[in-house]
Design a protein around this ligand. Structure first.
Ligand SMILES: Nc1nc2c(c(=O)[nH]1)N[C@H]1C(S)=C(S)[C@@H](COP(=O)(O)O)O[C@H]1N2
Ligand SMILES: [Mo]
Length: 318
């Protein structure tokens, strides 16, 4: 029998993941023989499990009071339009280029000014606290935004367990360095590995999320599997993907984007409609899947973080 390879199937034939998930739920509640359910599916539907990373359901997810009630952006948009320069600068490419990226075994090194320096397995990290669904707005510095049901727990849960020393004022997050499997790292488009940083009080804010899933399942590779952070009041690039090191320090980390273009990307990078990027306005944004732009909100609408920056000139500390 001749079966089309996934690469030969146009994306229009591929069922969106959301429909696939709904169908799976439906099938789970219905008594149909395996053969009958397969016979009822088109080729595109059969191709789905091959073309989308097989994700694992996260058990025991709790709701969170931090969630927005805004309309959730479909998973097919969120997982097919990604900034992930380790794979490609083309936002449509990480979905396919990261498909076979291995995220197990995976360890995260905790070091620097911290009492419990250690190397942790990602599966152990995921069990450190109860997973929550956090439906957050996420705003890329380039002017698009999404609403995503992330899965994880407050970064503070991990920070408290590893016991930072009082002199640690910042945390530096480092992404994996794996040029053999990350084609973008074989180019000089950014300095590798990708580094991001937060001030300790930002990292400890309950909104800052240590994230290992979305839409109820483990993260798709292109969205930062197996472990990333999500800092919803900051531009998307602060939310580093595929983290292998969490380093506690008394010095402000030099984040990759700040190093590459210091006049364009600062350390703070709080979402701020009043401070334009040197090459474009930040006043508005386009939600993926929508036509009309909407106004961008200060701190992306997360006003509860404002006190972290009281007395600071946010035009200077952009
Ligand atoms: N390691 C790594 N993390 C990264 C990036 C990257 O290129 N490499 N891009 C950032 C940018 S610019 C954005 S907007 C978000 C996008 O996250 P998403 O693809 O899950 O929407 O990831 C951020 N984290
Ligand atoms: Mo971004």
């Amino acid at each position: 029998m001749l079966i089309k390879k996934p690469a030969d199937i146009p994306s229009s034939e591929i069922t969106p993941k959301s429909l696939y998930l709904n169908r799976r739920k439906f099938l789970a509640g219905t008594v149909i023989s395996g053969a009958a359910s397969v016979a009822g599916m088109s080729l595109g539907e059969l191709a789905e499990p091959m073309t989308v990373q097989a994700n694992t359901k996260v058990e025991g997810i709790q709701e969170s009071s931090f969630s927005t009630t805004e309309k959730i952006t479909p998973l097919k948009d969120v997982s097919n339009y990604n900034n992930y320069y380790e794979f490609s600068t083309d936002k449509y490419e990480p979905a396919k280029l990261a498909k076979d990226f291995k995220t197990r075994p995976w360890t995260v090194t905790i070091d620097g000014q911290v009492k419990k320096k250690q190397v942790l397995d990602v599966d152990a990290i995921m069990k450190m606290a109860t997973p929550e669904e956090r439906i957050y707005r996420h705003r890329c510095v380039e002017g698009w935004s999404i609403v995503v049901p992330w899965v994880g727990f407050s970064l503070s849960e991990l920070i408290n367990k590893v016991d930072p020393m009082p002199k640690a004022k910042f945390i530096e997050f480092t992404t994996v360095l794996d040029p053999n499997h990350m084609p973008g790292q074989r180019t000089g488009v950014l300095e590798w590995p990708y580094v991001e940083g937060l001030r300790m009080d930002e990292a400890m804010h309950p909104l800052a999320l240590l994230c290992f899933g979305m839409y109820g399942e483990s993260l798709p590779n292109q969205d930062g599997a197996p472990l990333r952070i999500v800092v919803p009041w900051k531009y998307g690039f602060k939310s580093a993907k595929a983290i292998v090191r969490i380093h506690f320090t008394d010095k402000q980390p030099i984040n990759t984007w700040n190093k590459s273009a210091p006049n364009e990307y600062g350390f703070y990078s709080n979402v701020n409609p009043n401070v334009d990027h040197p090459r474009w306005s930040q006043a508005k944004e386009r939600r993926l899947g929508e036509f009309f732009k909407r106004p961008t909100l200060m701190f992306n609408g997360y006003d509860q973080v404002a006190s972290l920056y009281s007395g600071m000139d946010l035009k200077k500390n952009f």
